[in-house]
Design a protein around this ligand. Structure first.
Ligand SMILES: [Zn+2]
Ligand SMILES: [Zn+2]
Length: 86
């Protein structure tokens, strides 16, 4: 039947797909979006000053302060939320 051969083709196409390896930087590292330095998760100099998510949400407190000073604005250009520094 035509259905069966179609199913076979679909399955072999799926099987030939190579599964991409997980990204080398695991979730145990934080990356400062401003200076791009990595940091272990158990250190606490990183902040999440705005509503961004994922790897973009982390930044050093000092980096955010410098960024805001340079831009003359505390609005995040990505999520458009006001950055809050605790
Ligand atoms: Zn930084
Ligand atoms: Zn943001």
């Amino acid at each position: 039947m035509d259905f069966e051969s179609f199913e076979e083709i679909r399955l072999s196409a799926d099987g030939s797909k190579s599964i991409p390896p997980p990204p080398p930087s695991s979730s145990s590292l934080r990356l400062c979006r401003i200076c791009h330095e990595e940091e272990e998760q158990d250190t606490t100099t990183m902040e999440t000053p705005c509503a961004c998510s994922g790897t973009l949400k982390f930044a050093h407190r000092g980096c955010v302060q410098r960024w805001c000073d340079r831009k003359g604005s505390t609005i995040c250009e990505i999520c458009l939320k006001v950055r809050t520094l605790k």
